[in-house]
Design a protein around this ligand. Sequence first.
Ligand code: FAD
Length: 409
Amino acid sequence: MQEFDVLIVGSGHGGAQAAIMLRQLGFAGSVAIVGEEPELPYERPPLSKEYLAGDKPFERLMIRPKKFWNERAVTLLQDRRVTRVDAEEHRVRTEDGEQIGYGTMIWAAGGHARALPCPGADCADVHAVRTRADVDRIMAKLERVERVAVVGGGYIGLEAAAVLTKLGKQVTLFEALPQVLARVAGEQLSRFYEAEHRAHGVDLRLNAQVQAFELNSEGTGLAGVRLTDAEMVAADLAIVGIGIIPAVEPLLAAGATASNGVDVDAQCRTSLPDIFAIGDCAAHRNRFAGGARVRLESVQNANDQATVAAKTIMREDVAYEAVPWFWSNQYDLRLQTVGLSIGHDDMVVRGKTEDRSFSVVYLKDGRVIALDCVNATKDYVQGRKLVEAGAQLAPADLADTSRPLKELV
Ligand code: FAD
């Protein structure tokens, strides 16, 4: 049985960063990353952006080249899915029955794309956008595809819709709720993105519930999407972007405390001995969410939690307190967000949405809690300080574009 001082499960952003940090901090023990994907650790955000568009080859998505992992003596165990954790024995088991021992484990397994629970969802023309393999399958078909149905108006669905429209496909996007980005943004931003997508030719349907994916008469491929109001919208390919299910089953089976994902403390420790959890699967108390337990799906969160776990292993006294940030690219629009807008009770638009360069500032109890900045990098950079400080500012001052945000701090 192989044994490592630190075993990292998951070779995504969090897993890679944890190994990088451990070595950077001088950790001299053995480190391995075990991951179910066959690739070396790679960046996920370009999958729905430059990679799908064909603008960036896969080699440029690598978080580090192979040489880096060799030089740092980080063992990469690819193509292996961990199916069982024996927390007492400090051992995991993979799908193939291989056992791997560890001193400390960092669980960084992210999540798996949520499937739409409806008839036809297992059709080969219905795709997720979570892994390189998912996107390669889509790209291999694109030449023969004219009409694409995108289910879900979150960031991934919207980004995919933007890319596919640019590639000349006829895109219909179905969002079950009355607005896109409903989970993460205020109404102003949602309406802006809805208008942009429509202006670029996307047939965007709100309050649209998919009932089934219908197959062609030969049963060999997708014919279209049937909505709950009985309308049938023709499509050759469908993309489902309706969120993830945190990949934590083996931890739950081992008895870890869990709510939405696996619960971790401020040092990213789970309730199991010597097991940390980080990234998309880790439910943590976040001061930018008013101390509520949340799971954040962002590169920032995965990287910063990886750093906290690595420092804790190195016996540094740290706690996870990083300011949340995120970005999304759609058409020529670069959205940058800082803070968490959940629970806001007021919002101020800074600039004009017609100019396609503006920011939405979110407030709670008179304090700035988040900003969504569209083609407004200055506001994003300067607004971070307002979020960090929980600045109490008059809405009129925030709306005044003649005054840079840094002057208001
Ligand atoms: P992941 O990066 O998902 O890595 C987890 C890894 O663990 C995966 O390789 C998975 O296959 C593996 N795994 C799962 N279960 C097991 C198991 N049992 N055994 C072994 N391995 C396992 N974030 C942003 O901040 N900005 C963006 O613009 C952005 N765009 C995105 C676009 C797309 C298409 C997607 C999918 C995500 C995007 N994100 C973006 C989110 C961001 O990529 C994630 O938040 C980040 O990757 C989380 O890192 P992680 O390490 O927690 O999980």
